[in-house]
Write a protein that binds this ligand. Structure first.
Ligand code: GAP
Length: 451
């Protein structure tokens, strides 16, 4: 197996696309009609993996902190939200995109492009020259119409970030959940961006999911909270089992900062196509709450009962792409090795993220083995996501589960009939051990818990 510079197997992205379709992780949307620009559907294994990442995030952010609570806001919002947030203004300028680093810039702020010398224009972000798309009046937000009349008054937007649903609910949540600053609001949901250059499979798509948390803090304390969240988020990413030498932090320079940001760090992964962000930690100051207060005319201040002060809180945001994190997890887990003159493709997913936690097989379809394996699978199902497979040789069944990332395969064989034990095969080490039928559930629970 040849590897590329990033240490991934060669041609990894194409291999991931093909494995995702073959095993039912990810399909092109509306494939039978030739697809639709950069939208993807999650199949039976993909939705399991996505749900597991999301649950793991929710557990970490909401359940572990008694001062963080969740919301699930509508995708469609009052269009004034996007005026106040700056998205309407910021996303309707003539934009050019650097085709090397995919950062977008206002064409009218790049002197050489303005002068008609795009070939000479250096990218303020990555420094390469002349890699520019044509300038386009680019509205990154998808527009649609609410109600029966299609005029400007009926225009609504598909949200380009989930964060605004949190900002506009700041008061509702603070009052109803009786939270005191500092406190956080978390949300997972769809976001939409009419990207100029989507690509790299699910890396940059037009419909995607985000896992965001806005942490409301006292002005002046934001740097301390920012540092703490950066560390916690990096620890969480590592807890997914991602290789640490493929992770790094990148601080945004002044030219890279989004319109709402004073300070930002990206958590980057070394993809086969280079280092790219999949999560950002942002100091959004009081930009959003301040603007919503001004545009809505509603007070969005916090009254601190201890100090008797009244202020608009600052916000430290942690913003992760759920679909992009899933790509990181898949890319990092994919492995190939030579085994018995064959290439074994294996997804080395952490057992706590694996879509199928255990597969159960009868060695052969006779001597009562299928009945025992069916019963074992049924018993385990209440607690684990289990697949029962009787089709094909045992070798073929192992290979299918390796590609699905299933950490444990349980085989009912001749010895089971004699002493009630099953073979547990470990996906990564290929080691096999015997476990009694009545302790398989405890064995799996322990292995998954330890992961
Ligand atoms: N609320 C802040 C915000 O949205 P962002 O850096 O624009 O910040 C946060 O996006 C995360 O959302 C990114 O790190 C990435 O993981 C994900 N994301 C953004 N655009 C995406 C796209 N077109 N496709 C997939 N994921 C995307």
């Amino acid at each position: 197996m040849s590897e590329n510079e990033s240490g991934h197997p060669s041609d990894l992205m194409n291999k991931l696309v093909s494995l995702s379709k073959r095993r039912g992780f990810i399909f092109q949307s509306s494939e039978i009609y030739g697809g639709v620009g950069s939208v993807y559907d999650y199949g039976p294994l993909g939705i399991e993996l996505k749900n597991k990442i999301q649950q793991h995030w929710w557990r970490e952010m909401v359940y572990r902190h008694d001062n963080i609570v969740g919301v699930d806001a509508g995708i469609l919002m009052n269009p004034e939200v996007w005026v106040a947030s700056g998205h309407v203004g910021a996303f309707s300028d003539p934009l050019v995109e650097c085709t090397n680093c995919h950062r977008r810039f206002r064409a009218d702020e790049l002197a050489d492009i303005e002068a008609g010398n795009a070939d000479e224009q250096q990218c303020p972000s990555c420094g390469t020259r002349g890699n520019w798309t044509e300038p386009r009046q680019f509205d990154l937000m998808f527009k649609t119409f609410m109600g029966v009349v299609q005029d400007d008054k009926a225009t609504v937007y598909l949200r380009p970030e989930t964060a605004q649903g949190i900002f506009v609910n700041f008061k509702n949540v603070q009052d109803s959940a009786r939270q005191k600053v500092p406190f956080g609001i978390a949300q997972v949901g769809k976001a939409f961006r009419n990207e100029i250059t989507p690509g790299n499979f699910i890396f940059r798509t037009r419909e995607f999911e985000q896992m965001e948390m806005q942490y409301f803090v006292k002005p002046g304390s934001e740097d301390e909270h920012f540092e703490a969240w950066m560390e916690r988020r990096m620890d969480w990413v590592k807890s997914l089992g991602i290789r640490e030498d493929r992770l790094r932090l990148h601080e945004h320079g002044p030219d890279e900062l989004a319109h709402y940001c004073k300070r930002a760090f990206d958590i980057e992964y070394r993809f086969p196509f280079g280092w790219q962000e999949f999560e950002g930690i942002h100091n959004r100051t009081d930009y959003d709450l301040g603007n919503h207060q001004e545009h809505s005319g509603k007070k969005l201040e916090y009254f601190d009962p201890a100090s008797q002060e009244r202020y608009v809180p600052y916000v430290v945001e942690t913003s992760a792409g759920l679909s992009r994190t899933l790509l990181v997890v898949l890319a990092d887990a994919y492995d190939e090795e030579e085994l018995e003159n064959e290439t074994r493709i294996v997804l080395r997913l952490s057992p706590k993220l694996a879509p199928i936690q255990a597969a159960v097989f009868p060695l052969v379809k006779k001597d009562g083995m299928p009945e025992i394996s069916e019963k074992l699978a049924a018993d385990l199902r209440g607690q684990f996501n289990v697949q029962h497979d009787v089709a094909g040789s045992i070798g073929k069944r192992y290979r299918r589960q390796d590609e699905a990332g299933t950490p444990f395969c349980l085989t009912i064989d001749g010895e089971t009939l004699e002493n009630g034990s099953v073979t547990v095969r470990d996906r990564d080490t290929l080691a096999q051990e015997r476990v009694s039928l009545d302790s398989v559930a405890a064995y799996l629970a322990d292995a998954i818990h330890k992961a």
